[in-house]
Design a protein around this ligand. Structure first.
Ligand code: 13P
Length: 251
């Protein structure tokens, strides 16, 4: 399975800086055997697309989108609008949105379906927080989040989604989850996917996120069952992210 690296800029870089980031990143030497995408703020999609020119790498991703196709939903963005910029992947259910905006499993499920219908690959984010892990509830939390998010997705042979395991306690903390721990959670996720999608599950990438950087990315990607990474802080500098992309593949 081809691995994928997705940069998540979070709430960083308006159009001017986004354009500069893409131009700088295009000068990086990039590995060919890995998919690379950048999840940029909606407001910066046009600038990122313009700076890409005819280049198809990195692909564009959204950080969020709404479930309805159009209508009276002030401030929201429909997947079809993202398609106009050639967005290929769409994050759904990032823990920061669950925590700060009250996004529920039901909302994440609806967002994932809407993305899929628009032809955008949903990147469904799941993960336990520190307290849940401490109490031994990590598996239960991830299982519940994932089963809810997958509820209405259809698997038609093609991968219906990408799953990102992002333990909340590892995000932005420098306390990355040990690859072996991530591996066992990925195995649990793989089992849930197989039950839901049968053979189609073989095409679904399960990626890890949480304090991934150029130094540790190789270790994650060479761990069985980890099919890529979702990268926050270490993607903000285009040269650093270029370095990370190269380090991911040499491993
Ligand atoms: P960091 O890489 O900054 O820990 O963020 C991870 C993340 O939340 C990516 O979506």
């Amino acid at each position: 399975m081809k691995k994928i690296l997705i940069a998540n800029w979070k709430m960083n870089y308006g159009p001017i800086k986004a354009g500069a980031w893409v131009r700088a990143f295009r000068r990086e030497r990039l590995p060919k055997d890995v998919d690379i995408a950048i999840a940029v703020p909606h407001i910066s999609l046009a600038a990122a697309r313009a700076s890409l020119g005819r280049a198809s790498i990195p692909a564009l991703a959204s950080q969020n989108s709404f479930w309805a196709e159009e209508g009276p939903f002030t401030g929201e963005i429909a997947p079809a609008m993202l398609v106009e910029f050639g967005v290929a992947y769409g994050l759904a259910g990032h823990s920061e949105r669950r925590i700060h905006l009250g996004e529920t499993d039901e909302m994440v499920a609806k967002k994932a379906v809407a993305l899929q219908k628009a032809g955008i690959s949903p990147v469904i984010c799941v993960g336990e927080n520190a307290l849940q892990r401490k109490k031994g509830e990590a598996n239960k939390v991830v299982r519940t989040q994932l089963q809810a998010a997958l509820k209405d997705l259809v698997g038609d042979g093609r991968a219906p989604a990408i799953i990102a395991y992002e333990p909340v306690w590892a995000i932005g903390t420098g306390k990355a989850c040990a690859p072996e721990d991530a591996k066992s959670m990925h195995a649990l996720i793989r089992g849930i996917l197989e039950k839901k999608f049968g053979k189609t599950a073989d095409n679904i990438r399960i990626i890890y996120g949480g304090s991934v950087d150029a130094r540790n990315v190789g270790e994650y990607l060479s761990t069985t069952g980890i099919d890529g990474a979702l990268v926050g802080g270490a993607s903000l500098d285009p040269r650093n992210f270029g370095l990370l992309c190269r380090a991911a593949v040499i491993a």
